[in-house]
Design a protein around this ligand. Sequence first.
Ligand SMILES: [Zn+2]
Length: 454
Amino acid sequence: MKSFFIFFVIFMSVSISFADYREYDYKASIYSKNYHADMMLLRAMEVDIAGVDYDNKIIDLLLYEEDRVKIRERGYSLQINWSKGVSIDTAVDEEYKTSYEIERFVQTANGLFPSLTKLVEIGKSLEGRSIWALKISDNAAKREIEEPTILFNSMHHAREVMTPEVSLDVIEYLLSNYESDEKVKSWVNNNEIWVVPMLNVDGNNKVWTERALWRKNTRDGHGVDLNRNYPFGWNSCNGSSGSKNADDYRGPEPASEPETRALMGLVEEIKPVFDISYHSYSNLVLYPYGCRNSPGASPQAMIEIGNEIGELLGYRAGTPPELLYQADGGDIDWMLGEHQVIPYVIELNSRSDGFQPDYERTRDKTVELNRKGWMYLLDQLSASGVRGVVRSKNFVNASIRVYKNNELIQNYKINPDGTFHIVLLPGDYHLDFGNKNLDGIYKVKSELINLGDI
Ligand SMILES: [Zn+2]
């Protein structure tokens, strides 16, 4: 299996030039006394918030000279961490992957493990690059309807170069340990595991060739923030920008970007039970919703599982408004609000690591730590909840009403293929299928209740 890795070193060829584009002038930090108010003000000023140390209320900013002046005029004192021209922080460590190397990685994995993997091009970027998803399962070529699906995706934001490393580690770990590790074998055999290691392939190319701190895709030069471009709650709570030059520009309309639509198409097809979208940095686990007054419901199981992942990783867990700021048009809101997925954003790495931490010093420890998170979520696929497949033709548009203590807590829509998988905390629930034989009390314990074909 070692050759699986060494292979990629050969394909490293990177040149960096910053000639034509404007780089940030400063990376600076604010030691915030009124964190949420400061966040709101900084967002209103449309400065680029790079990341935070939530516990110490330190906010990192990427600034142009005019931003620095505006912020100083507001009375903030800035600690300048670097100024343009004097820092090595804007150079990407060449060990990180290009979109081409990602492509070679998933093709190699597919070639080495043809029965355990299926490689799918889920779309093409604006510039015509392939966006890849690798499915890992026994009998990977076919959809096994009785198996739950899960999705891991990385790099909505181009500069977050550590994020594909975690997705690639999921692939490498599962495939190389499949034969020797019973736990891995059972995850792979009993589930359909999908990995999208790099969504923003064009933006990543720009990071390597033009701007190391580029975040968006490359739409018309200005780019769109893919993670403000999803249709659920798009532009609904000042959680994104309408200005093309802002780093969180939401795009001209919901799902305007082909990269956004590529991931949406995959989710609509596979209907994952869980998702992790990897971002960096700030050591956070985020779950929906990005808007304080979102119309969607927040399942208690989502909160508890997210908090547990936070505990395992030593990261803070909460919603974007609780831990950062309001954000609209994000993928996790759309996944939960439209597709009942239980989704998380994991913001890898700390302030001291930044967007482009030294590969040698940081990569292995980041991916090893994060195994605890994705492995825990794989375990949750067979943990407390109720699953089954409705074979009757009448299920289309049917839903399952979930009551706890006589209160309706969820109206679960059965998937178009007849599958349902309701993640519930242990307890007694009344499930109303609208069918006398199935309706009744379900005692949910730590193991999944699998009703099979019904
Ligand atoms: Zn991000």
